[in-house]
Design a protein around this ligand. Structure first.
Ligand code: SDX
Length: 422
């Protein structure tokens, strides 16, 4: 194993260097503080690996994304979301028998305790669906007497996310709930529970079902992103899977993360209502004082095209054509991309469209309301969060996550009586 040499305050320390299966190199600093008294500082963790993982590989320079070695382009084209669930959670694409078994279990665990319906109905219809979803996971746990980390809990959180998402959609619309069916796949159940008619047989559009399947795969996992790291952080305290996933939903809701897909649609609509003045918005995004960012653009890891954005851009045309729809916002998005990619500000900072830039166009075409877009992101991502949580909990090096800091506040001082303060 190669070593890194460190000299600090007269202390010399050799640190082991870890090399991953794709040639990535990491300095193991677990002996740093003991050996030198120093800790590292890395605002936003841009240079800090939190774990060694075998789930997802991203090469941000080349725009490569693979789940357990399979290219995202292949999985999006050739796999079902259920196959990707099996791949992420249990490490391999399933045999037909394993897939049949998973489908049977997903159908069984999609049925949730009826009490969750009353809980959701007790919450305001005007609440943001991500707030309702985060609340629903912690409420769901109260209906089951478990440690919250069994395979049963994994299946319930996984399958139950489709049920909760559909119930939340219908609650916000003031519609009665439709229960899951065991004869529909994950995407089909979500669509039927969301858009079906109470008491009627499912009436699913295969093109819509295929689009949802692809969207779920593209959003399934993305290594140590903000929400997956949050799920790991909370899970490292041996908190339940329900609590860990609820925390992940909270992180994903932020507009810098999963909430960006809703913000992109709102931005494109603003451009449209503003007469399509693309230059105005690109110039605003370049002006730091504006506080405006080109939502759906830029990424901490991708300094090239986000491969998911490429797939989604093509899928926009396919879905709109198959549904016989035309969406002026897609034209605006494509023109905005073209203008930005020609602009030195974006080129210099290597800012490209990310997964959130085009996804909203498809959700809109599928009649999903804008404020449900990030719930749709969570619907796919819950599989990755669970895979990351399981890997963390099963890691032989498992320990609670507890970062250090550099204190820059007041040094020791005595308390003054209040009469002498001020
Ligand atoms: C997701 O991590 C993941 O993997 C996330 C995700 C996943 O699958 O889990 O891929 C999903 O969250 C995608 C990102 C969705 N967010 C957005 O689209 C929001 C808009 N993008 C940005 O806010 C930003 O690009 C981030 C949050 C995505 C990344 O932020 P970084 O890595 O902290 O980058 P930064 O803010 O330091 O920006 C570097 C420079 C800055 O300018 P300078 O200080 O160098 O002059 O680029 C500028 C930024 O001002 N910049 C942008 C910009 N993004 C970065 N300027 C205008 N518009 C933007 N979108």
């Amino acid at each position: 194993m190669s070593k890194a040499q460190l000299s600090i305050r007269g202390e010399d320390l050799e640190l082991p260097v870890i090399e991953g299966s794709e040639g990535e190199v990491g300095i193991d600093i677990s002996r740093l503080r003991g050996g030198t008294g120093a800790v590292t500082l890395d605002a936003g963790y841009g240079n800090t690996g939190s774990c060694q993982s075998g789930i997802t590989f991203i090469d941000g320079e080349k725009g490569i994304l693979r789940y357990r070695g399979y290219a995202i382009e292949d999985l999006a084209e050739k796999a079902s979301f259920e196959e990707v669930i099996h791949l992420l959670l249990w490490g391999e694409l399933p045999t037909q028998g394993q897939l049949d078994d998973l489908n049977q279990k997903l159908g069984e665990y999609a049925v949730l305790d009826d009490g969750i319906k009353g809980f959701l109905k007790s919450l305001p219809k005007t609440a943001h669906p991500m707030s309702l979803l985060a609340s629903a996971y912690t409420a769901l746990e109260t209906f089951y007497d478990s440690e919250g980390d069994s395979e049963e809990d994994v299946l319930r959180v996984l399958a139950g996310t489709a049920t909760l998402s559909a119930y939340i959609y219908r609650h916000c619309k003031g519609l009665d709930f439709i229960d899951p069916r065991s004869d529909l796949d994950f995407a089909g159940n979500f669509l039927h529970m969301s858009f079906g008619k109470v008491g009627e047989e499912p009436n699913l559009n295969p093109a819509v079902q295929e689009a949802i399947n692809k969207l779920l795969i593209l959003h399934a996992d993305h290594e140590q992103n903000c929400s997956a790291s949050t799920v790991r952080m909370v899970g490292s305290a041996k908190a339940s899977l329900y609590m860990s996933i609820a925390a992940g939903v909270g992180a994903l809701s932020g507009p810098l993360h999963g909430g960006a897909n809703q913000a992109v649609l709102e931005m494109l609509t603003a451009v449209q209502e503003d007469g399509g003045d693309l230059e105005k918005y690109v110039n605003m995004a370049k002006d730091k004082s504006s506080g405006f960012r080109l939502m759906g653009f830029g990424h901490r890891v991708y300094k090239n095209f986000d491969p998911r954005a490429k797939i989604l851009k093509a899928a926009c045309d396919e879905v709109l054509e198959s549904l016989g729809l035309d969406d002026p916002l897609l034209d605006i998005a494509k023109k905005l991309e073209a203008v930005a990619l020609e602009d030195e500000f974006f080129v210099k900072r290597r800012l490209y469209p990310n997964v959130d830039f085009y996804s909203g166009i498809i959700y809109r075409a599928l009649s999903i309301p804008t404020n449900m877009f990030t719930v749709m992101f969570a619907l796919g991502r819950v599989s990755g969060w669970i895979a990351q949580w399981k890997e963390m909990r099963n890691d032989p090096a498992f320990r609670i996550h507890r970062p250090r800091q550099i204190y820059i506040g007041e040094t020791a001082r005595a308390i003054q009586p209040i009469s002498e303060r001020g």
